[in-house]
Write a protein of this length. Structure first.
Ligand code: FAD
Length: 389
């Protein structure tokens, strides 16, 4: 084994899980994590949940500093990787350093997408890093008028937090209903009702036509001519894999394709987390996931591959969201369904929506019943195993 060891570029969840599993599995060569952020690897879901509510705005780090010393995991923080030379097995950093590797793990995550219409305005933000979360929390403390662009999960969670803080919230969404492409119209309607019942003004099939103000946004004009006054705009229109630094590596710019073991097309190079387009055995294609559980599992899987271990069983895609004190969980692929059934009472925010295809479970949305997740996950795994590839 070469002594260059593993270089992990990106210092989020996938990187952390990979480093932990390498050391747990007895990997003895150097492990280095390079991260553009100045913080130790930290968890992002609290940024749009607990951190927006709590007084303690500490960075939700996965591990204390001493852990990295104990485990001999070197953190190179506050510096981005600039380029990859896969033939020389070398990563160039923005500060001029070059790191040689035996194995490279690409774990640079994703960036929040921005909208050119809003560039240069001071009171417009996205939410990806802890600093973004702190800014939004400060703004909410002033009970301001907040406009959220995009009714995906991040937009919805911030809208819920802003309402709880007493802010006036307008959500502007291009689609006919929130999450309609993912969950279909019935559940899209449930999300719309949930937010409206908490006082959010949800404007559907709308886009921002014009921005008013110099330096700061004072108002927006929507596609239908309506004018919205605002103190802050949160742009929550999805994410893009963070892979500019791979431009000359030969890897595609739309997400790094990785097989079930986390291997990319380049020898000794693996990818995990939001930057990876991992092979989904159910959809039978590479997909960008953008969710916590897959980033965690993929980080672990890459470590197991490097350690020469057998892969674990494929797990169904899943994510969760917390809004208005409700736990919302989703598993599987609703887009494969030909039927939907609801058990429970959506009006009481207590139900399980099951999506089936030919009578077979393909996805579920679970609201207010967190303990049901284990059983649904098992059912999905069993269905996946019985389905011929
Ligand atoms: C506000 C928020 C709330 C979320 N809530 C949920 C939720 O409720 N449920 C759920 O399932 N998922 C949620 N997610 C998604 C989940 O957090 C992500 O899927 C997960 O963080 C992905 O981990 P990662 O390691 O792939 O990437 P990241 O956590 O994004 O880490 C990548 C790191 O790499 C760094 N980096 C990027 N480029 C370079 C470079 N060139 N050189 C060096 N470093 C670089 C980045 O700065 C970053 O620190 C949420 C995400 C956000 C932002």
């Amino acid at each position: 084994m070469s002594t260059d060891g593993v270089v992990i570029v990106g210092g989020g969840l996938a990187a952390q899980r990979c480093a932990e599993a390498l050391r747990r599995g007895g990997y003895e060569a150097p492990v280095r994590i390079v991260c553009g952020e100045r913080h130790r690897p930290y968890d992002r879901p609290p940024l749009s949940k607990d951190l927006l509510f709590e007084d303690d705005v500490a960075v939700p780090a996965f591990r204390p500093e001493a852990w990295y010393e104990d485990k001999a995991v070197e953190l190179i923080l506050g510096v981005r990787a600039r380029a990859l030379d896969p033939r020389a097995r070398r990563v160039a950093l923005a500060d001029g350093r070059e790191l040689h590797y035996s194995e490279l793990v690409i774990a640079t995550g994703a960036r929040a997408r921005e909208l050119p219409l809003f560039s240069g305005y001071a009171n417009v933000s996205t939410l990806r890093a802890v600093e973004d979360s702190r800014l939004i929390r400060t703004l909410l403390a002033g009970r301001r008028r907040v406009v959220v662009i995009g009714a995906g999960f991040i937009g919805q969670e911030v809208a819920a937090a802003a309402r709880a803080a007493g802010a006036a919230v307008v959500v502007v969404e291009l689609e006919t209903l929130p999450l309609v492409g993912l969950l279909g119209p019935e559940l899209g309607q449930w999300f719309a009702d949930l937010h409206r019942s908490h006082g959010v003004e949800l404007l559907l099939e709308q886009h921002v036509r014009e921005v008013h103000g110099t330096g700061t946004v004072e108002a927006l004009t929507l596609g239908d001519g309506r004018r919205l006054a605002c103190d802050h705009v949160l742009v929550a229109v999805g994410i893009s894999p963070d892979l500019d630094w791979l431009a000359s590596s030969g890897l595609p710019a739309s997400g790094v394709p990785a097989d079930a073991l986390g291997r990319t097309a380049l020898p000794g190079v693996y990818a995990a987390g939001d930057v990876a387009a991992s092979f989904d055995p159910v959809l039978e294609r590479h997909v960008l996931s953008g969710h916590w559980e897959s980033a965690s599992r993929e980080g672990l899987q890459v470590a197991n591959t490097i350690l020469g271990r057998e892969p674990g069983p494929p797990y169904p895609a899943s994510f969760w969201s917390d809004q208005y004190g409700l736990r919302i969980q989703y598993l599987g692929h609703a887009q494969l369904a030909d039927a939907l059934a609801v058990d429970g009472d959506p009006r009481a925010n207590d139900f399980i929506a099951t999506y089936t295809r030919d009578g077979r479970l393909v996805a579920a949305l679970i609201v207010g019943r967190p303990r049901a997740v284990g059983e649904i996950r098992e059912r999905l795994i069993q269905t996946q195993e019985r389905t011929p590839a």
